[in-house]
Design a protein around this ligand. Structure first.
Ligand SMILES: NC(=O)c1ccc[n+]([C@@H]2O[C@H](COP(=O)([O-])OP(=O)(O)OC[C@H]3O[C@@H](n4cnc5c(N)ncnc54)[C@H](O)[C@@H]3O)[C@@H](O)[C@H]2O)c1
Length: 344
């Protein structure tokens, strides 16, 4: 089976490659424009997959020859980046995904797996959101995912199946680590400063998923034969819904000496969503999530300590994806449309 992973050189990519490379029947190709690429992270995959360095906006029929399934991870992948680069977010996350899906359908690709997000539920006070709940996308990023899901549903048919995995907020150690994610930020802060500053009042709900479990969910979607046309599915675990303040207290419990500071005067975060993952838990028997909160914190802590992580001001560093993109644009290495000025 030939699988094309689009956007394989980001934070989640290495976990997906590690998971899919366990199956000797899969032949993997990756396409990515390498906004966050660092050679040493991807050395180990060099002879195991075919790498194509290309912008999704340039993908054509030739790139899809012989491909059986596509995993679409490419995105301007969070709210801060989406707010800064609204037009590009719409182009990459939505327009390109749809253009490629249409091309794939015409060229006999059988399945399209789209990385969607639970952030499309936006805000809920106490209600738990299921796949039947009303969507309330509050940001350019979330809006791009809703538009994509809607259009993909229309494109899907019995010969071209679409699986939209609405992932919870990712966490966990990656060889291409990012710290612009709530749990990763807390663990890194606790390690470098023993201080954990919660920027909101700590009340918002946020479901989490470890990147290894994201990769397992994708593996499930690839293998699953029962999907007949289209499915949108919350991907995560019911036991991974937490309020931000509880994430902080759990990190402080596991990293001794860490003090938690909650900004009680902050305006409550506009994004808060508690999500029901029962449908996913029922359908996905073979690749169930294996990371709970404790295991996710300990995994990241141990890896950061092993790597001698000491970047105190990591919130201003390249561990934050928005900083990387802003620098590339400011230095005019990327043009205003976020295409490389010189060849990749
Ligand atoms: N990280 C999370 O919390 C989370 C949660 C839910 C869903 N998701 C979704 O999962 C997917 C992967 O997330 P991630 O954290 O690895 O994101 P990431 O930003 O770390 O990686 C995305 C990759 O896509 C590539 N890309 C972006 N624009 C491109 C273009 N024009 N052409 C080719 N490649 C391009 C980037 O170079 C990067 O390697 C995204 O679609 C994201 O929206 C992530």
């Amino acid at each position: 089976m030939k699988i094309l992973i689009i956007g394989h050189l980001g934070y989640v990519g290495p976990a997906v490659l590690d998971q899919l490379l366990k199956n000797k029947d899969y032949i993997l190709t990756g396409i990515d424009t390498k906004y966050f690429y660092k050679k040493k992270f991807f050395e180990k995959y060099k002879n195991k997959i075919t790498n194509i360095y290309k912008d999704v906006r340039e993908i054509n029929k030739k790139d899809l020859i012989g491909i059986d399934q596509i995993v679409y991870l490419a995105a301007i992948s969070n709210d801060p980046m989406g707010n800064t680069f609204k037009k590009i977010t719409h182009e990459i996350n939505y327009k390109s995904a749809i253009k490629i899906a249409k091309l794939a359908k015409k060229n006999n690709v059988k399945k399209f797996i789209f990385a969607s997000s639970c952030s499309i539920y936006g805000f809920t006070k106490n209600l738990t959101k299921s796949e039947l709940s009303k969507l309330n996308p509050l940001t350019a990023y979330a809006k791009s995912k809703v538009l994509s899901e809607k259009k993909l549903k229309l494109i899907s048919d019995k010969n071209f199946n679409v699986v939209c995995l609405r992932f919870a907020t990712a966490c966990g150690y990656s060889t291409n680590l990012r710290l612009d994610l709530v749990l990763n930020d807390f663990v890194a802060s606790a390690i470098v400063s023993k201080k954990l500053q919660v920027l909101s009042d700590g009340s918002p709900w946020r479901p989490l998923i470890h990147i290894i479990d994201m990769a397992r969910a994708i593996n499930w979607a690839i293998d699953e034969k029962k999907i007949k046309k289209f499915i949108s599915l919350n991907a995560g675990s019911n036991n991974m819904n937490y309020q931000i303040k509880d994430l902080a207290y759990n990190v402080s419990k596991l990293i001794k000496g860490t003090k938690v500071y909650i900004n009680t005067k902050a305006f409550p975060d506009k994004r808060s969503y508690k999500v029901n993952f029962s449908k996913f838990e029922k359908l996905n028997k073979k690749f169930k999530p294996i990371y709970n909160l404790k295991k996710s914190i300990v995994d990241l802590k141990d890896n950061l300590i092993k790597k001698k992580f000491k970047t105190k001001n990591f919130r201003n560093s390249n561990y934050i994806r928005l900083n990387v993109l802003k620098k590339l644009v400011e230095k005019k290495i990327l043009d205003k449309d976020m295409r490389w000025k010189n060849s990749i």
